[in-house]
Design a binder for this molecule. Structure first.
Ligand code: 5AD
Ligand code: SF4
Length: 475
């Protein structure tokens, strides 16, 4: 979400006539888009601001913007601690960045933080293709989160769940498809509750326009909560030119059979599910307020795997939540092994000020113990990832080519339908095969590691559709 906000701010500035530079000495504007979900965003921010002060001393015209969730949380504090900042803008009004830059030229430092009530359609309509992947786009379907996981700062900094209008999402994907985008990733903190707020609001006001599409998806008595996320998946997949639809993240407690059915039935919805486990101990899961037990989680996973052929599953796991015992941690290892994830993002618990878990100071776990557990979890996760990746060897996979590898000369990188990274040798010069970023190709998988695959190019199936590189990049 944060990365996508950066893309959106970059895209706004490009529309306003700026162009991107990698050289800070050349910059007229520097935007620091903060994310405080895990690491010490504030230490990083003030470190970066310290460096930028020196740059600003050399270039008085430089304007500095601090955006993102730390700005939302700390508000005036930032301008107090770093008086050389020009604009502080929260998570609900990124669309205002160009206007605020203009105003701050006349009036000095501006701090503009809005509460969630100020969310408007303009916020959603700010979209951009991805910096280095002009054929792939993130599309926000929902902002905020109505859950209250005890470790998580998101509800405090992103506000309540607000769904974007159904018709607007479809219209945006249509526009992206016309520009040649073939892959979209639908973004929300809890995509399975997409539309819930729209339905409630429609019933309250009697106005259904926020989520109708023609005469479809109105609230009816049989389906008290509509539209469903699954309907969005189907509608977006039906748009001409869209070949791949992904989404992140569904909450395990809310995933619906309709979503699984859409994934199973619709060719364009990729066989990949990000399914955040967080912990394997029922006691810790309850303390986290996750709303499921390990058994329930595994049952839902099994149902998804049964319905969707060849499903890849990734997850998020936190180690060292307050009061986590050896026994609790063993349960996490067991569930992780049983789930046999294709990959996992593992995190060391980090107290976020203002969250429920951050108050459990007496039960914080010794960092050395956490590190040992973290390393043990990594072994389990890499073991299953390698198994899953080895299963691919010998298969011919359809891949979306991302471009030349950044690390290895003569090698291309691509993504399989399961979103696995695969590296393969570029066609020899003089060969008939033409390969460019954004092409679809068939690659035979020849070897595997826990984090990526290697393969041989079999054929190029389709050339890129995007006509121009969209000039938006994130620094
Ligand atoms: N400490 C560690 N990890 C966290 N996450 C969220 N909050 C914290 C925290 N306080 C992780 C969760 C979430 C992912 C995006 O970040 O695993 O799913
Ligand atoms: Fe945070 Fe939980 Fe909401 Fe995810 S579902 S954003 S972890 S509060």
């Amino acid at each position: 979400m944060n990365e996508h906000d950066s893309e959106r701010i970059a895209s706004l500035l490009v529309k306003d006539g700026y162009s991107q530079t990698d050289d800070v000495e050349q910059a007229d504007v520097v935007v620091l888009n903060t994310c405080c979900i895990r690491e010490n965003a504030d230490t990083k921010l003030y470190g970066n601001l310290g460096h930028l002060k020196a740059v600003k001393d050399r270039n008085q015209d430089l304007q500095i913007v601090v955006a993102g969730c730390l700005a939302q949380k700390d508000r005036d504090e930032i301008a107090k601690r770093a008086s050389w900042v020009d604009v502080v803008v929260g998570t609900h009004n990124v669309s205002r960045v160009p206007a605020l830059l203009e105003d701050s030229r006349n009036y000095g430092t501006i701090v503009e933080i809005l509460e969630e009530s100020a969310i408007d359609d303009e916020l959603f309509s700010l979209t951009a293709t991805r910096a280095n992947l002009p054929f792939s786009a993130f599309v926000t379907v929902q902002v905020g989160c109505d859950n209250n996981c005890a470790f998580c700062i998101v509800p405090a900094v992103r506000g309540r769940e607000v769904s974007r209008k159904f018709g607007d999402i479809v219209a945006e994907v249509e526009r992206l498809a016309q520009e040649g985008v073939t892959e979209v990733t639908l973004l929300g903190q809890n995509v399975n509750s997409y539309g819930r707020d729209l339905a409630i609001e429609a019933r309250r006001s009697g106005e259904y326009d926020r989520f109708t599409l023609g005469d479809r998806y109105v609230v009816d008595s049989a389906h008290s909560l509509r539209p469903l996320f699954s309907e969005l998946l189907r509608e977006v997949s039906a748009i001409e030119g869209i070949e791949r639809v992904r989404f992140t993240s569904p909450h395990p407690k809310d995933i619906r059979p309709e979503t699984i059915a859409a994934m199973a039935e619709v060719r364009q919805v990729m066989n990949q599910l990000h399914f955040p486990l967080q912990a394997g101990s029922d006691r810790i899961l309850a303390m986290m307020h996750r709303g499921y037990t390990a058994e329930r989680y595994l049952a839902k996973l099994a149902a998804a795997r049964q319905a969707i052929p060849d499903l890849a599953v990734t997850t998020d796991i936190i180690v060292g939540f307050p009061s986590e015992t050896e026994e609790d941690f063993e349960a996490t290892l067991e569930v992780a092994a049983a789930a046999c994830f294709d990959s996992a993002f593992t995190f060391i618990y980090s107290p976020r000020p203002g969250t429920e878990a951050s108050l459990m100071v007496d039960h914080f776990i010794d960092p050395e113990v956490i590190q040992r557990r973290f390393d043990a979890l990594k072994v389990v996760v890499e073991h299953s990832a390698l198994l899953k990746h080895q299963e691919r060897i010998g298969r011919v996979e359809m891949v979306l080519v991302e471009g030349p590898s950044k690390k290895q000369e003569g090698v291309f990188s691509a993504r399989t339908s399961q979103n696995k990274l695969v590296h393969f040798a570029r066609p020899k010069s003089g060969s008939q095969v033409r390969l460019a970023a954004g092409s679809y190709a068939l690659v035979e998988i020849t070897s595997a590691t826990p984090h990526f695959l290697r393969g041989d190019l079999v054929d190029v199936v389709a050339p890129p559709r995007h006509r121009r590189k969209i000039d938006v990049a994130v620094g």
